[in-house]
Design a protein around this ligand. Structure first.
Ligand code: AN7
Length: 403
C-alpha cells in the first residue's frame, strides 16, 4: 500500500519515522493513502475477506504481515427498544467491547504495533487512561516487544489496569493526569527510550478507520444520518472522518453522515469551542469525570475532530456523569449490551441532543460504544443496588427475593 506521512497543518512531507509532530510548524501528522488503483471498484469487492480491520487492508499503511488478534468484526446491534424509548426512528449500537482486549483501541493497535515491528523497534510505550495501555500490552506480547505504559495515578479502571499488568507491560503510574503522562511519554520517545503508540502516531487512526468502514459494510452501504462518538483524545472521530472521505473520494459513498462528538461535562474543551464556532480550543486544566477513559483536558487530535464535526454538519455536546450512568444502565437493562461509562457517553449524548431538538426523530443514528462494561466493574457495583443475602435454603432465598 502506497502512502505518505504529512503534516496535517502545513502539508510538509515527513521523512523521519520517529516524529510525532511536524518539525516545521509543530502541526499534527496524518497519512495520505494512495488509492487510485481502487478506482472503478466497489466496497462489495472486499467482502471475500472476513470482516475485521484487515478486510480494509487497501486502506492501511502496512506492507508486511500484520500482528493481529483478529480485531474488529464487532456486532452492530439494532436497539429497537431503546430507539422506541427515545422516540428515534433507528438506533444502532456498534459494540466495540467485543474486540480482543475489550475496546476499539485494538483496531489502531494492530496497525501501530505492526508498524513498530516494520521499523525494527524493540520497546513500545504509551500514556493512557487505560484502554490504550491494555491493548498495547496485548499486541506487544503477541509481537514479542517490550512495553511500557504510563497511567494517571488512581484514575484507571481496574479491568484495564489488570490487563496491562497481565500482558506483561511495565506499568508506571505517574503523579498527574493523562495530559501529564502524554507529555512524559513524548519525552521518552524523543530521547529514543521507546516507540510511542499514542494516537498522535498517525498509524493508529489508520487502523481505527476500520470502525467506520465496518458500520457502512454492516448497513449494506446504506448511509446512516449520524454516527455518534464519545470523545477523549479525539482521534477516533477524526479517524471516522478520514475513512469516510477516502470512500467518498473513490465514489464508494456520496453523502457523509453527521459526525457527532460527546464529551464528559468536566472534560469538554472541544464542546466549548464548538459552541463558539472556533476551529481551535483551550485545554481544560483539571479534567474530571466518572468516565475515566475520557478524562482528558488537552485532546491531542482536538483540531482534527472539530474539522470532522464542522465538515459533516455534526455537533459536539457534553453530558453529565449522571446522564452517562443513566444511559449505561438503560442500554444494559433494556438491550443486554454492557458498555463502560465513557462508551455510554455517546448514548447519553443522543438523548440530550434529542431533548434539545438537535437530533430529529426521523434520523437513523449509530452510536459507537467503545469499551466493555467489565473494564470498570467498580463503577458498576457502586451504582447498583445491594446484593441480597440469604442462608443456604430455598425458603430463605424465596424470602429475600420477594421482599
Ligand atoms: C472507552 O486509553 O485515551 O477520542 O488512553 O477508552 O479517540 O481518544 C481512551 C479513550 C472513548 C476516547 N471511549 O477516544 C486511552 C484513551 C473509550 C476510551 C475514548 C477512549 P478518543
Amino acid at each position: 500500500m502506497k502512502y505518505t506521512v504529512k503534516c496535517w497543518e502545513c502539508g510538509k512531507e515527513i521523512e523521519n519515522h520517529f516524529l510525532d509532530a511536524c518539525p516545521s510548524c509543530n502541526g499534527s501528522l496524518t497519512i495520505d493513502m494512495e488509492l487510485s488503483h481502487l478506482q472503478g471498484t466497489s466496497p462489495m469487492d472486499l467482502r471475500s475477506r472476513p470482516i475485521g480491520v484487515w478486510r480494509y487492508a487497501h486502506f492501511m499503511p502496512i506492507r508486511s504481515e500484520p500482528i493481529s488478534l483478529q480485531e474488529g468484526g464487532t456486532p452492530l446491534y439494532d436497539c429497537e427498544k431503546l430507539a422506541e424509548e427515545y422516540g428515534l426512528r433507528k438506533l444502532h449500537v456498534k459494540f466495540e467491547g467485543a474486540n480482543p482486549t475489550g475496546s476499539f483501541k485494538d483496531r489502531g493497535m494492530t496497525v501501530g504495533v505492526t508498524r513498530a515491528v516494520e521499523l525494527g523497534c524493540k520497546v513500545v510505550g504509551c500514556a493512557s487512561t487505560g484502554n490504550t495501555s491494555a491493548s498495547l500490552a496485548a499486541y506487544a506480547a503477541k509481537a514479542g516487544l517490550k512495553c511500557v505504559v504510563l497511567l494517571p495515578s488512581g484514575k484507571v479502571a481496574s479491568g484495564k489496569l489488570a490487563q496491562a499488568m497481565f500482558f506483561g507491560a511495565k506499568v508506571v503510574t505517574v503523579d498527574g493526569n493523562f495530559d501529564d503522562a502524554l507529555r512524559v511519554v513524548k519525552e521518552l520517545a524523543h530521547s529514543g527510550d521507546l516507540y510511542m503508540l499514542n494516537s498522535v502516531n498517525p498509524f493508529r487512526p489508520e487502523g481505527q478507520k476500520s470502525l467506520a468502514f465496518e458500520i457502512l459494510d454492516q448497513l449494506d452501504f446504506k448511509m446512516p444520518d449520524r454516527i455518534v462518538y464519545p470523545v477523549g483524545n479525539a482521534a477516533n472521530i477524526w479517524a471516522a472522518y478520514k475513512a469516510l472521505k477516502e470512500w467518498q473520494q473513490l465514489g464508494w459513498i456520496d453523502e457523509l453522515p453527521m459526525l457527532t462528538g460527546v464529551q464528559a461535562g468536566g472534560s469538554a474543551p472541544l464542546v466549548m469551542s464548538f459552541a463558539h464556532g472556533q476551529d481551535d480550543f483551550i485545554p481544560v486544566k483539571d479534567p474530571e469525570t466518572i468516565a475515566t477513559a475520557i478524562r482528558i483536558g488537552n485532546p491531542a487530535s482536538g483540531k482534527k475532530a472539530l474539522r470532522a464535526v464542522y465538515d459533516t454538519g455534526g455537533v459536539m455536546t457534553a453530558v453529565s456523569d449522571r446522564e452517562i450512568i443513566d444511559a449505561q444502565f438503560l442500554l444494559g437493562r433494556m438491550e443486554g449490551v454492557g458498555v463502560e461509562p465513557a462508551s455510554a457517553a455517546s448514548i447519553a449524548g443522543v438523548k440530550k441532543l434529542m431533548d434539545e431538538g438537535k437530533i430529529g426523530r426521523k434520523e437513523k443514528v449509530v452510536c459507537v460504544c467503545t469499551g466493555h462494561v467489565l473494564k470498570d466493574p467498580d463503577t458498576v457495583i457502586a451504582n447498583c443496588g445491594k446484593v441480597l443475602k440469604a442462608s443456604a435454603t430455598a425458603e430463605d432465598v424465596r424470602r429475600v427475593i420477594s421482599s
